[in-house]
Design a binder for this molecule. Sequence first.
Ligand code: C2E
Ligand code: MG
Ligand code: MG
Ligand code: MG
Length: 292
Amino acid sequence: ASKRRGKNCIAFFNQQMQDEAMRLMRLEEDLRQALAGSQLTLAYQPIVELERRRTVACEALIRWQHPRHGWLAPGQFIAAAEQSGLIVPLGYWVLRQVCATLVACLEEGDHAVPVAVNISPQQFRDKGFMAEIRRILAATGVPPRLLELEITETTLMDNLEATAAILADLKALGLRISIDDFGTGYSSLALLKQLPVDKLKIDRCFVQDLENDEDDRQIIQAVVAMASKLGLEVVAEGIETEPQRDWLMAFGCGFGQGICSAGPSSVEGRLRRVSRRSEAGVDPVGWATLNR
Ligand code: C2E
Ligand code: MG
Ligand code: MG
Ligand code: MG
């Protein structure tokens, strides 16, 4: 009997795996169509100077209006995009969209803040990465200082030598570099010193529990102290409450982003300036709802 149950278990497991594989295949196919059509849009979240609550930049975040499933957050499809390799063309679509939007703002005489774009691990390692960046800058004529690239700590640490070379090229073009999700990988700040980066973004996981968790507070304090010694700006992610903001300011963290400073309505208002002409300018979904 136990043997039979074992077999059934295996059969069940295989069925689950098959379902999962099917789900991924369908998602891939849908994503291909999303890229070809106009189902993808960008939402822009302000990055603010904590002290003065002034917007100094925005982060572009992808959203997908799926024909059957409605609005999807990146957490629901980025993994499938990575797995299928579609993340690479998707990433370039985001870059082109952001650059075109920035140029449109400038042409209308609007004040444009720098926009941060997330670069996936695969895109960063793509052989054509630098060439494509150059092509997009040239084609859109965007001032490079308005473009920031966010690369996760884990991606950067994957192959330090290759990373250093690519970052040097990006810096030479005039782009700014942020380390995204800082604290979730295993890099040491000593290693970071070798890389020409401008900013550290402290991952939301250290911020969300900050009011109750002494360890999180210690980690943030240490990161901020060392980052400032290295001349790096620090942005805290996912600030949801005023007390969190207060703590972060007390630690000397200069910048932050989160629903505390920019809920859906204020995002829309601020964004209009950054992306007045973009079809995808406003956050159609709302930060709060999508991230829970
Ligand atoms: P990330 O780069 O760390 O982006 C920050 C995430 O935190 C965003 O989630 C943002 O909406 C969310 N967030 C900001 N403030 C708050 C807050 O106060 N509370 C909560 N609960 N969440 C907050 P989102 O938009 O779902 O994106 C998740 C991740 O998906 C991003 O993490 C990034 O790794 C990836 N992603 C998003 N857009 C792109 C893209 O265009 N390309 C690539 N390659 N990855 C992207
Ligand atoms: Mg990011
Ligand atoms: Mg981040
Ligand atoms: Mg994060």
